[in-house]
Design a protein around this ligand. Structure first.
Ligand SMILES: [Zn+2]
Length: 507
């Protein structure tokens, strides 16, 4: 049965009765009651953590304040923390427990450029003009991860639950960077099942292929400068090569298979018009429903680049910045998440929260329907989407499920100011509590009842079929750590003025 807001309050009441007055819980195990109570008790810490990261607003691989706060809290709660994994200063792995099964939980916490949006107002308004900010909700992802695993860890301790909980912080999701490196470097070799948590407009889960594979690469052309007016015949124009590559890709587009994509930005096109550029760079992303398809579009792009270099008498170097598999949500894990989603139910929204959601939906021109009132039945296999997420490699390495939680407004576009307008509000906070409960309850299910891990592995075998996972990421590729450094350094001093003063405290 799908729980409603009212069912949810009933669950909470039953929970406290179990703990305080030893009344029998009809359908909630003692362990789960404890987990749900632990999350409820930390509602304020969850909100403070989520808001702190909202105001840090850090771009990918610059999440120093964010990762610092998260790892500090995990360490204080008894996790062993390894920082800087796979060469990412803002990546980490926090571990608790030992032995099998090994349950991994991971999420992202990066912001986007030019997405500084005041929370709690239904109009476009920067916190710091032109600065980066959260307009999707990765700030809440981080809070749900920390709160969920702390609650699960407390339950492992109290009830003597065996197994290992591995918590991964994944930098730079928006550039599809970190998780393929983790998988390539062996961080998931001992993992049995993995869970991802992500902000949404509903408390839900799905199974099936949700995202596409992608290869993202810099193509840098190298030529020779000369005065553009006095001696243009002396030059070898790198920007010409970028333009010709663009034309070649435009012709190729007609022959791409359905659902393949290619898009680009020119990141360096020269310095001034009277000096013919000796160096020009174009950044391309190639996508396809399968890893093999993405590899195919990329290889075609590389050939076109070589052709453009030949035509302009320049040379080209290719730097693969990221390469990710499609995301496939596992059915067995969706089943265990779904039963917790139904147990926990949607938050009980106030009339003001609903009204704010309607105003925002109106302001951004999407369907006006307020907040979701009830959870959705499990659906799948879903139709594959064209976006990508860097957790795809994990989902082909081990069974992976996703807890989507209601901390943003249904229908609003992400990376748009509307996507940021609720992210430090009571809507985000309540959604985070529901998300952390669902995550923690699922972790304890997986650790304490072997049937769930077995079911995940059984459905994983069917899901994968004869596809063999091998990383798309080149074996010697290093993370492009300086990608967002300058942008973040430019804005951080002004953004710092808005930081939350209080430090979250989990009890
Ligand atoms: Zn995201």
């Amino acid at each position: 049965m799908t729980a409603t807001a009212n069912d949810n309050s009933l669950v909470v009441r039953k929970t406290s009765m179990t703990m305080d007055a030893e009344a029998p819980a009809s359908n909630i195990s003692e362990i789960k009651s404890f987990v749900l109570d632990t999350v409820d008790r930390n509602a304020k810490a969850i909100a403070t953590l989520s808001d702190s990261i909202f105001y840090f607003g850090e771009l990918g691989m610059e999440e120093h304040e964010t990762a610092g706060l998260m790892t500090g809290l995990l360490e204080e709660s008894g996790f062993r923390v390894e920082r800087g994994i796979s060469g990412f200063p803002t990546g980490f792995c926090a571990t608790y427990g030992s032995g099998k099964p090994v349950v991994a939980v991971h999420t992202e916490y990066d912001s986007n450029p030019n997405n500084s949006q005041v929370s709690g107002v239904a109009e476009y308004k920067n916190i710091v003009p032109d600065a980066p900010g959260h307009c999707e909700g990765h700030n809440v992802n981080a809070a749900v991860l920390v709160a969920g695993v702390i609650a699960a860890k407390r339950a492992m301790e109290k009830f003597g639950i065996g197994g290992t909980l591995k918590v991964f912080g994944a930098p730079a999701e928006e550039q599809l960077i970190s998780r393929p490196y983790y998988v390539r470097d062996g961080w998931f070799d001992d993992v049995d099942v993995a869970l991802h948590n992500h902000v949404d407009g509903a408390l839900r889960t799905v199974f099936g292929p949700t995202h596409s594979a992608a290869v993202s690469a810099y193509f840098t052309f190298h030529g020779e400068t000369s005065h553009a007016s006095v001696s243009p015949w002396k030059a070898r124009d790198a920007l010409d090569a970028v333009v010709l590559m663009d034309m070649g890709m435009a012709q190729y587009r007609e022959h791409m298979e359905t659902d393949m994509r290619a898009h680009r930005v020119i990141t360096h096109g020269g310095d001034q018009p009277n000096t013919i550029p000796a160096k020009a760079t174009v950044w391309w992303t190639f996508r396809a429903p399968t890893a093999e398809g993405a590899r195919k579009v990329f290889e075609r792009g590389r050939k076109i680049a070589e052709g453009a270099a030949m035509m302009t008498n320049t040379t080209v170097s290719v730097d693969v910045m990221s390469a990710v598999w499609p995301v496939y949500m596992n059915q067995g894990l969706a089943e265990v998440i779904q039963q917790n989603v139904e147990l926990i139910g949607m938050p009980a929204w106030t009339a003001e929260e609903n009204e704010f959601a309607r105003k925002l939906q109106q302001a951004c021109g999407v369907k006006v329907e307020g907040l979701q009132q009830s959870t959705k039945p499990l659906s799948g296999p879903v139709r594959q989407g064209t976006p990508s997420n860097d957790s795809g490699d994990i989902s082909y390495k081990v069974p992976m499920g996703r807890v989507a939680f209601p901390s943003n407004i249904p229908n609003v576009p992400y990376h748009h100011w509307c996507g940021g307008a609720a992210l430090a509000s009571s809507i985000a906070h309540k959604g985070a509590v529901a998300g952390a409960k669902s995550l923690a309850a699922t972790v304890v299910d997986l650790l304490s009842d072997p049937k769930w891990v077995a079911r995940a592995k059984e459905t994983f075998a069917t899901q994968v079929g004869d596809v063999v996972y091998r990383p798309l990421l080149p074996p010697d590729q290093k993370p492009p750590l300086d990608l967002n450094r300058k942008a973040m350094e430019a804005f951080r001093p002004k953004m710092r003025e808005h930081y939350v003063k209080e430090r979250p405290r989990f009890v």
